[in-house]
Each structure stands twice: as structure tokens, then as C-alpha cells.
Design a protein around this ligand. Structure first.
Ligand code: PDD
Length: 281
């Protein structure tokens, strides 16, 4: 497999960045995960816009121009002969320099790494795609809207989920309200039948799948209430699903020890899974 590292296409297995890279030392960097489906980068513009925003919020310089990056991700998938289902990973760090917390001296080049790998085929069967989540305290910082590579709380949450036999952990803030999951956004159809997901803010990542799905709702005669819901509301929900570049629309039929209603995929989730499947075609 071939990766792009700072201007070169190199074998991924032996690709290197410097030991003094600030991504490695401090987690001083940002990333994106884009889904390639049938030769198309799903919601590419949204992902590159978010990368621009993440870089700006952390005062990180673009390593190459946006056009050049669009070319690099195409070259990486081409060189790896990935055309159908693949994940493209893009990471930018503040580069390598003397290990001190201050930004490195002017002129330090940021590091750009891009690699890709095949993903399982896009799910056809929404029932088989259903999974479970656990819940736990949101231990992350207060700028979760920036897609940084600092993912320690997310990693601990995902690992806890895995050890509990679940796929994800819904993050519950100090007020008992759900923010998102460790690597996906979370939506419910509440007990009154209203589709809800947390409003954008510093507490959640502005998911590209969340944004894309929001744009599909009116055609499905659905309205969205962007309001925080509590852990109790999550437990009482009629339907629960998560969204991300790799989960797409993924039904949640179990939360901690309880099934969501009768444990089958509900009609709204079914409809939105179908709508998103059409969106990626
Ligand atoms: N995760 N929230 C968090 C904390 C995330 O890490 C992600 C994405 C999302 C969903 O965003 P999007 O729809 O743009 O993928 C929400 C990626 C897939 C990852 O870290 O692998």
C-alpha cells in the first residue's frame, strides 16, 4: 500500500515522519476521514471545508493548497487501486521541531500524511447493520468541534465500548445531556416522535454525514429539532441511530443493557438509511 508523506509517495508500511513531529509529541494536528464510494469521495467539499476550519482554529498552515490536496487524495486511491469502498485518511500536523510547547519557529513546514484502505462493501441490509452502544461520561475538552488528532478520551471510550461488546459510547456531559458518540454523531426519534440531534457548538464535531443527512430530510417529509437530549430521553427513545463517514446511517438497537423499544430498526432510521444510500450512489 502506498501513502503520501510530505511530497512523496512511499510504501505505507515503512512511511515515516520525524520523531520530533508535533503530531507525535503533542497530538498537535488535525485530520479528516473521507469515504470513497464507487470512485466518488462522499461529501468531499464538506470534509475539505471542515479541514480548513480545523486548521484555522488551531492556527495551523495548509501544507499544500486545497487543489493540490484534492489531487493527492486522488493519486493515493489511484496508486492503491481503490475505487469502490475505501477510507481516505488525511492528517496535518504543525511539523517537526525542537520539543517545546510554543509553536515552532516561523518557516517550519507542516506535515501532511494521506493514506487509504479498503472498507467492507457499503451495507445493503439495514437490519444487519444495526449495532449497540453503551453510555458514559464525556471526558473530552471543550473544543470538540475541532477535528484534532488528540483522541485519548475517544479511544478510552471506544475501547470501553468494545470490551462491553458494543460498537460505540454515547458521551454524556456534566448536565446529563448526550453530546455525541466517541467517533460519530447520535440522533434519536424521541418518545413524542420528533427527530433530534444535538445542535452544533463546541460540544460536538460538526459531522459531514450529519450535515449531508440534514439536507435530505425535507425530501423525506421529516423535520429535525437540533436540541440536546438527556440520557433519560435516549433511553426512552423510539429510535436511535449514529452517523459518520464510516458508519453512514447506523441503527442502534441496544443502549447499555436495554433494547431500544422492541430492538428492531424503526421506520425513520430505515427511511434515512435508504435516503443516505441514494445520496452516496
Ligand atoms: N469520526 N463525532 C466524532 C467525535 C467523530 O470523530 C466523527 C467522525 C463524527 C462524525 O463525523 P463525519 O460524519 O464527518 O465522519 C462525529 C471519524 C470517522 C473517525 O474518527 O474515524
Amino acid at each position: 500500500r502506498i501513502a503520501y508523506v510530505n511530497g512523496r509517495y512511499v510504501p505505507l508500511a515503512t512511511a515515516q515522519v520525524r520523531a520530533e513531529d508535533r503530531g507525535f509529541l503533542f497530538g498537535d494536528g488535525v485530520y479528516e476521514v473521507v469515504h470513497l464510494h464507487r470512485g466518488r469521495f462522499v461529501d468531499e467539499e464538506k470534509h475539505l471545508n471542515r479541514l480548513t476550519r480545523s486548521l484555522g482554529e488551531l492556527r495551523l498552515a495548509w501544507p499544500v493548497g486545497r487543489r493540490a490536496l484534492e489531487g493527492i487524495i486522488r493519486e493515493v486511491v489511484e496508486r492503491n487501486r481503490l475505487h469502490d469502498n475505501a477510507l481516505v485518511y488525511i492528517q496535518v500536523t504543525r511539523g517537526a521541531g525542537k520539543r517545546e510547547h510554543y509553536f515552532p519557529k516561523a518557516g517550519t513546514r507542516s506535515t501532511l500524511v494521506v493514506f487509504a484502505r479498503a472498507l467492507p462493501a457499503f451495507p445493503r441490509d439495514v437490519d444487519a447493520w444495526a449495532t449497540s452502544i453503551i453510555t458514559g461520561p464525556d471526558q473530552r475538552w471543550d473544543r470538540c468541534d475541532i477535528k484534532t488528532v488528540n483522541l485519548l478520551p475517544n479511544i478510552l471510550a471506544k475501547q470501553a465500548a468494545k470490551e462491553a461488546g458494543a460498537f460505540e459510547m454515547a458521551q454524556v456531559d456534566a448536565d446529563g445531556m448526550v453530546t455525541e458518540c466517541a467517533s460519530s454523531n447520535i440522533w434519536i426519534v424521541d418518545a413524542a416522535g420528533q427527530l433530534r440531534t444535538r445542535a452544533l457548538g463546541h460540544e460536538i464535531l460538526p459531522g459531514c454525514t450529519r450535515a449531508a443527512l440534514s439536507e435530505l430530510l425535507s425530501a423525506e417529509n421529516l423535520t429535525l429539532s437540533e436540541t440536546a437530549f438527556s440520557l433519560e430521553e435516549l433511553r426512552a427513545a423510539r429510535e436511535v441511530f449514529i452517523t459518520s463517514a464510516t458508519s453512514f446511517v447506523r441503527p442502534i438497537t441496544r443502549v447499555d443493557d436495554d433494547s431500544v423499544q422492541d430492538g428492531t430498526v424503526g421506520p425513520v432510521t430505515r427511511k434515512l438509511f435508504a435516503a443516505f444510500t441514494r445520496h452516496v450512489q
